[in-house]
Design a protein around this ligand. Structure first.
Ligand code: UD1
Ligand code: CA
Length: 516
């Protein structure tokens, strides 16, 4: 999951001092991810944490950031819709512990629940990092810097803060005359002077674990919400003689949570903007960033060009020099170097180097297009191998097929793979030619070097060098139009054409004219 936030990866190795001299590795911290809250404003049957940003759940970002700082243990505190959340965790992060917070009695109570899940450890690690499951932009670099700052200042608590334009709703960071953090006051508990403070609490902290344990033991719910506030541990740490440090970051997106779908959309747009910026910096041309969407897991080579309306999803990768778009959606697709994909929808497919796809193609799962192959206009493919240099250019359905190299499939061919009960495969050998408007009725094999006549319904194999013809033979009925459509423009044209063609060759020279 590294690089999910497309942040430049700074060196954040806490074991290295500025002089480059190796110091002993500090004991890794534990991370507690708070994720028990409800997310009512999402108005969703799905847990808020499972909504996606750039193709990954919000929770997966929180776990990636937590995991990348190398903690000994990660605990996720779950509550609302926890069956969904736990099922997702089992899939994406089986290494984490979960703690159940039955009732959401506040952030302090949530951390108590998280610590309870570590009760089996011989001793707590010296530091506990607290993050939120619904703050997807927080990077592991920021967490590592927070931890390094905490250690450098030998603080009891270090809180990640930001100065924001509109601090409404956030806890405010109250500093003393010396600029040290005195306490955090929730918006609802704050007077006007405190509300005027624009430095906010992100809710992300590093705690000395002994201070945290003692501080949590002192909490009361004597506040506007009647909750146990984790923020009160900061004032406790001060009163117990510890230092409370603040690590202020300028990238306020990293401290922002998602509470409703408007914020979800804004966060998606910002994440996409960062991802596109990262790829442009890495040598990708993006004509219209406003209509181009690239998920976090996509991989692009230098000199790729993305045209307007392109959406790249899942494990899609695009090779050097390829052009994608306009209006292309690729999900889990591997595109080779120099390929061109235009107005296409493709999923779980491979497009070879130098190949051409579209406009208006649909590649369903299992399509493998060879080097310099072509899948053209109004062509649908499924579980289909199209060999190197093979061409399927026009209005064709290719289902369950193995098409060899440099095969040419004419316009309007149907690879009929389904008889209503079973699906079967059609094989077309190298260098063969399938005439337009044919139906290849699977299972059937066209040998290498064979031809199928246009308009054939092929139900039996065609051998090498053979021409398969399977259609009615043509019969012309002379004079039909003149008899059955007399007086029409068509009949008149027929008469003219007939008399023209009965004019002897060379009539203009007069030679032979009298003889006819
Ligand atoms: C909290 C902070 C506030 C800070 C803000 C940043 C406290 C008392 N206040 O506000 O200073 O500016 O975060 O967003 O800590 N959660 C649980 N269990 C609970 C309560 C909350 O797991 O019982 C989780 C939520 O799922 C969420 C996070 O903790 O991920 C924060 O909860 P939320 O209610 O959004 O924050 P506030 O208490 O309003
Ligand atoms: Ca919140």
């Amino acid at each position: 999951m590294s690089g999910l936030t497309a942040e430049p990866s700074g060196s954040a190795d806490p074991a290295r001092s500025d002089t480059g001299i190796q110091t002993p590795d500090p004991t890794p911290p534990a991370v507690i991810v708070l994720a028990a809250g409800g997310g009512t404003r999402m108005k969703s049957s799905r847990s808020k944490l499972l909504h996606e940003i750039a193709g990954h759940t919000m929770l997966s970002y929180a776990l990636a950031a937590a995991t990348e700082i190398g903690p000994d243990e990660v605990v996720v505190v779950v509550g609302h819709q926890r069956e969904q959340v736990q099922a997702h965790l089992a899939e994406i992060a089986p290494h984490v512990r979960t703690a159940v917070q039955e009732q959401q009695l506040g952030t302090g109570h949530a951390v108590q629940c998280g610590l309870a899940a570590l009760a089996d450890l011989a001793q707590l690690p010296p530091e506990i990092v607290v993050t939120y499951g619904d703050v997807p932009m927080l990077s592991s670099e920021t967490l590592a810097e927070l931890l390094a700052d905490h250690r450098a200042q030998a603080a009891a608590v270090t809180v990640l803060t930001a100065v924001v334009g509109d601090p409404t709703g956030y806890g405010r960071v109250v500093r003393d005359q010396d600029g040290h953090v005195a306490r955090i006051v929730e918006h609802r508990d704050a007077d006007d002077d405190t509300r005027a403070i624009t430095e906010i609490n992100s809710g992300i902290y590093v705690f000395d674990s002994a201070v945290l344990t003692a501080g949590l033991g002192q909490l009361d719910a004597d506040n506007d919400q009647g909750e146990l506030y984790l923020t009160d541990v900061l004032a406790y740490a001060r009163s117990a003689g510890g230092a409370v440090a603040a690590h202020l970051i300028s990238d306020t997106w990293q401290t922002e949570g998602v509470n409703d779908r408007v914020q979800l959309s804004a966060m998606n747009a910002e994440m996409n903007r960062r991802i596109l910026h990262g790829w442009m910096t890495a040598g990708v041309t993006i004509l219209d960033p406003a209509t181009t969407w690239v998920q976090a897991s996509v991989d692009l080579a230098p000199d790729v060009t993305l045209l307007p309306g392109t959406s790249l999803e899942g494990a899609t990768s695009v090779g050097a020099g390829a052009t994608i778009g306009p209006e292309v959606t690729l999900k889990d697709v591997e595109v080779g170097e120099g390929a061109s994909v235009v107005r296409t929808h493709a999923e779980l497919s491979v497009i070879g180097a130098g190949a051409e796809v579209g406009p208006y193609a649909r590649l369903r799962p299992g399509t493998r297009l060879g080097t310099r192959g072509k899948i053209g206009t109004f062509v649908e493919t499924k579980n289909a191998q199209v060999g190197d240099g093979a061409k399927v250019p026009h209005q064709t359905y290719v289902g369950d097929a193995e098409i060899g190299r440099e095969v040419n499939v004419g316009a309007g061919v149907i690879f009929a793979n389904y008889d209503g009960v079973t699906k079967s495969t059609t094989v077309v050998g190298d260098y063969s030619f399938v005439g337009s408007n044919s139906v290849l009725n699977a299972p059937v094999t066209i040998a290498p070097g064979a031809y199928v006549a246009a308009g054939s319904v092929i139900t039996g194999d065609v051998g090498p060098g053979d021409l398969g013809v399977a259609r009615g033979r043509q019969r012309n009925i002379p004079g039909w139009v003149l008899r059955k459509r007399a007086g029409t423009k068509t009949a008149a044209a027929a008469e003219r054409a007939t008399s023209d063609s009965t004019e002897p060759d060379g009539a203009s020279t007069g030679e032979d004219a009298e003889g006819r």
